[in-house]
Design a protein around this ligand. Structure first.
Ligand code: 3PG
Length: 306
C-alpha cells in the first residue's frame, strides 16, 4: 500500500515525520510530493498510489481519473471544496476531511489579522481596541467556537449566526445567537467569516450585507475567497472610508484593493491560517490514522462524499 502526501504548501517537518511513523508502522509506504509546480507532477504521483493526504491541493476530475489505484483521499483540514466529490465517487474513491484539527490555528490568525487591522497595519498612527466591541462570528463550527473562546479573553461582546444550528443551540454556549446574517452584520462592528465555499455561499458576502455593518466596521476573512463578492466589496470600501478588510485568502482584485485602500486592506500572500506546526501535526496525524483505519478496518467516519 502506497500513501502519497501531495502538498503544494508543505506541512512542517514534524508533521511529515509523524505521518511517516503511522504509515510505516501500518506496513505501508510513504511517497512525498511537496512544492510541486506543475499539474503533470501531481498526475504522475497519483497514478500509482492507494491513498493520498492533501491540503488545498486541487483534486479535480482529471487528477482523480488518473488515480487508478486510489481508494481514499484525506484532506488534512476542514474545507474540501478543492476536491471533485462526484468524480471521486465515480472512481470509487472515499474522500474524508479532518474537522477541527487546524481550527485553533485559524482562529488565532483571525485575531492576528484583527489586531493588525484595528492598529492601522502597525503604521504608527492611533488605532482602536477590540475590547468591548461586538464581534459577529459567521458560522459557528470548529473555527467559530475557537474564535468565540479567544474573543472572551479580548473582552468582546460575542454574537454568532450559523445556518445549520438553532438559535437555542448557539445561545447555550453563552454567546448572543441571531437568526439571520442580516441581524449579525447589523449588530456587529467586527465580523469574522467561517463559512465554507459552496454553491449557496459563493459571492454571498456582498455590498448589501456588508453595508449593514455599523461605523468603523472590520471584516476578517480566514475562510474562502469564493464567498466574497469581490467587485462589491471594492465598491463598498470606496463608498465607506470607515470600512476595513483583512483576509488570509488573496483576492482576485488584490492589486486594485491594495492600491485604492492602502492602510485599511491587507491580504496574506499565501493562505496561512492552518500553517502552524501544531495544526500540521494534528491534521496530518488524523489523516494518516484515518487512512490506516479505512484500509485495514473499512472505517468510513469523516467520509464526505457519497
Ligand atoms: C482548511 O480548510 O482546513 C483551511 O483552509 C486550511 O487549508 P490549508 O491546509 O490549505 O492551509
Amino acid at each position: 500500500m502506497k500513501v502519497l502526501i501531495a502538498t503544494d504548501k508543505p506541512f512542517a517537518s514534524e508533521a511529515v515525520n509523524s505521518i511517516r511513523d503511522i504509515i510505516e508502522n501500518a506496513g505501508f509506504e510513504l511517497v512525498l510530493l511537496e512544492k510541486y509546480t506543475e499539474k503533470k507532477q501531481l498526475l504522475d504521483a497519483v497514478a500509482n498510489v492507494d491513498a493520498a493526504i492533501i491540503r488545498s491541493d486541487i483534486f479535480d476530475k482529471e487528477v482523480l481519473d488518473a488515480a487508478g489505484n486510489m481508494k481514499i483521499v484525506v484532506r488534512a483540514g476542514a474545507g474540501f471544496d478543492n476536491i471533485d466529490l462526484d468524480a471521486a465517487t465515480a472512481n470509487n474513491i472515499c474522500v474524508m476531511n479532518t474537522p477541527g484539527q487546524n481550527a485553533n490555528a485559524v482562529a488565532e490568525l483571525a485575531f492576528g489579522l484583527a489586531v493588525y487591522a484595528v492598529r492601522n497595519l502597525y503604521n504608527g498612527t492611533s488605532g482602536t481596541e477590540l475590547y468591548g466591541k461586538k464581534l459577529g462570528i459567521h458560522a459557528y463550527g470548529n473555527v467559530g467556537r475557537n474564535v468565540a473562546r479567544i474573543a472572551k479573553g479580548f473582552g468582546m461582546k460575542i454574537y454568532a449566526y450559523d445556518p445549520f444550528l438553532s438559535v437555542e443551540a448557539v445561545a447555550k454556549e453563552g454567546i448572543i445567537a441571531v437568526g439571520s446574517p442580516e441581524e449579525l452584520y447589523s449588530a456587529c462592528q467586527v465580523v469574522s467569516l467561517h463559512i465554507p465555499a459552496t454553491a449557496e455561499t459563493k459571492n454571498s458576502i456582498n455590498y448589501k450585507l456588508l453595508s449593514k455593518m455599523p461605523k468603523n466596521a472590520l471584516l476578517i476573512n480566514t475562510a474562502r475567497k469564493e464567498i466574497i463578492n469581490e467587485p462589491e466589496i471594492a465598491k463598498l470600501m470606496e463608498d465607506r472610508k470607515d470600512f476595513k478588510y483583512v483576509t488570509d485568502i488573496l483576492p482576485g482584485n488584490h492589486a486594485e484593493m491594495s492600491d485604492k485602500f492602502a492602510g485599511r486592506y491587507f491580504s496574506t500572500p499565501k493562505k496561512m491560517g492552518a500553517q502552524t506546526s501544531e495544526a500540521n501535526v494534528n491534521a496530518g496525524i488524523a489523516a494518516a490514522n484515518q487512512i490506516v483505519d479505512f484500509i485495514k478496518n473499512g472505517n468510513e467516519r469523516f467520509r464526505v462524499n457519497k
